[in-house]
Design a protein around this ligand. Structure first.
Ligand SMILES: *Cc1c(COP(=O)(O)O)cnc(C)c1O
Length: 419
């Protein structure tokens, strides 16, 4: 059985003050998980997690992770601005972008962030718009298929990111000629992996590439960034990743490949998003309509504009009917939002306890790539975000949008006076 941190009692208490739908985050779970990750890589002296801001761009969440020693991984101007406002600067920031606008590079450079180039042409572009820093990262794309024991995990050859192997060699040489002193290597080859083998396999690829680059170019390689991609068990039957085993697998690869090549001082970075926040956020919604036609429908007050993963990826998100955790799942429902879009369904043919109007539903594993992928289709407004604090109290960490927010970009027209 898949359980979650939200309970009926907690949600009723919050809903008395902040109406559904809202996102609810579990501070205790976030902190414990961040500590375990740190422990998994404690063998590496320079290890640091740079939380992928795009997963959960909320200053209160970033502050919690900052207290746990994390930096931030940004890929846009506003993510950099949010990070700066939260007090991240210099080596606290990774800037891993692609198709990068000039102003983004300018701010990243000004903040002293570690800049991770996505392409060899970005060398000249960055030099022109902001100047080259002393330390630079390059993102690697080995092409082909990325396999773990004959199982194809993903298809880097079809991915838009990164330098080819030859471009890395040429790029490092060019960057050294232009005065860059220290280097990092980065790759992101598979997303939401639920296997302890992903990071160790990726690490082997990057470590072998680092050894090759050192030999071919003489570059001073200081960092290897394993990026994101460690996943979470969205489905009840999935076995969660064991982050301690993952850290140990990376350590073994490091001892085998890096230490003998004189690269034993290289720092390992990670840029996890989903693994850091996914399980520690729920979308809380209320059953507001039921409909009995060719199928049984439960209509809720959230919709795909609040959480789009089921609609665009067909992603599974477990649902708990709060207060009915132990009731038999003897009703088959489609759980839907109110968009004029038939793919606006949080669940299809899902066996759940009998749902009554007014029941609260917790949609699990929405803490990463959930709120942040929200949108305003059908004029739907973004929900509030609430933090369940370690002491059991709760705190509003983002207010819900109002119609005034929705109309704000027409402020020059005078059509929607802001009250
Ligand atoms: C999205 C992203 C991440 C985080 O990915 P997760 O799947 O959430 O771990 C890390 N690095 C980069 C460059 C990304 O684009």
């Amino acid at each position: 059985m898949k359980t979650t941190f939200a309970t009926k009692e907690i949600v009723e208490r919050i809903a008395a003050q902040y109406p559904t739908p809202f996102y609810l985050y579990d501070e205790k779970g976030i902190r414990e998980n961040a500590r375990k990750l740190k422990q998994a890589f404690a063998w590496n002296k320079g290890y640091r997690e740079y939380f992928a801001v795009k997963a959960t761009p909320n200053p209160f969440i970033l502050k919690i992770l900052q207290e746990e020693g994390c930096g931030v991984d940004c890929s846009s101007l506003t993510e950099l601005m949010m990070s700066e406002a939260c007090g991240f600067s210099g080596s606290d920031i990774m800037f891993s972008s692609n198709v990068t606008p000039a102003e983004d590079f300018k701010l990243a450079k000004k903040l002293g962030a570690y800049i991770n180039l996505d392409d060899i042409t970005h060398i000249d572009f960055l030099e022109q718009v902001a100047g080259l820093p002393e330390t630079i990262f390059c993102r690697y794309n080995p092409g082909g298929h990325f396999e773990i024991e004959t199982h194809v995990m993903d298809n880097p050859g079809e991915a838009k990111y990164g330098f080819t192997t030859q471009q890395l060699i040429d790029g490092f040489k060019i960057l050294m000629q232009k005065g860059v002193k220290h280097f990092g290597l980065h790759a992101f080859l598979a997303s939401n992996t639920v296997t302890n083998a992903y990071y160790p396999k990726l690490a082997r690829v990057l470590f072998e590439t680092a050894v090759m680059l050192k030999k071919e170019t003489g570059a001073d390689i200081r960092f290897v960034n394993l990026s994101g991609g460690v996943g979470i068990p969205y489905r009840p039957e999935q076995e969660p990743n064991d982050i301690l085993a993952i850290g140990e697998g990376v350590r073994q690869a490091f001892e085998e490949i890096m230490v003998p090549a004189g690269l034993g001082d290289v720092a390992i970075f990670t840029e996890l998003g989903r693994f850091m926040l996914g399980p520690y956020g729920n979308l809380i919604t209320k059953a507001v309509h039921e409909k009995h036609i060719y199928k049984e429908y439960i209509g809720v007050d959230a919709c795909a504009a609040n959480l789009m993963r089921p609609a665009i990826y067909g992603a599974y998100h477990h649902i708990t009917v709060l207060g009915k955790e132990n009731a038999p799942c003897d009703h088959k429902y489609d759980v839907t939002g109110g968009l004029c879009e038939n793919n606006d369904k949080f669940a299809v043919d899902r066996m759940l306890p009998k749902i009554d109007m007014g029941d609260y539903l917790a949609i699990h594993d929405a803490g990463a790539h959930g709120f942040s992928m929200g949108y305003n289709y059908n004029g739907k407004l973004r929900s509030a975000e609430i933090l369940l604090c370690e002491d059991g109290s709760f705190k509003l960490i983002r207010r819900a949008e109002t119609p005034a927010d929705y109309f704000a970009t027409f402020d020059f027209t005078g059509l929607f006076p802001q009250k």
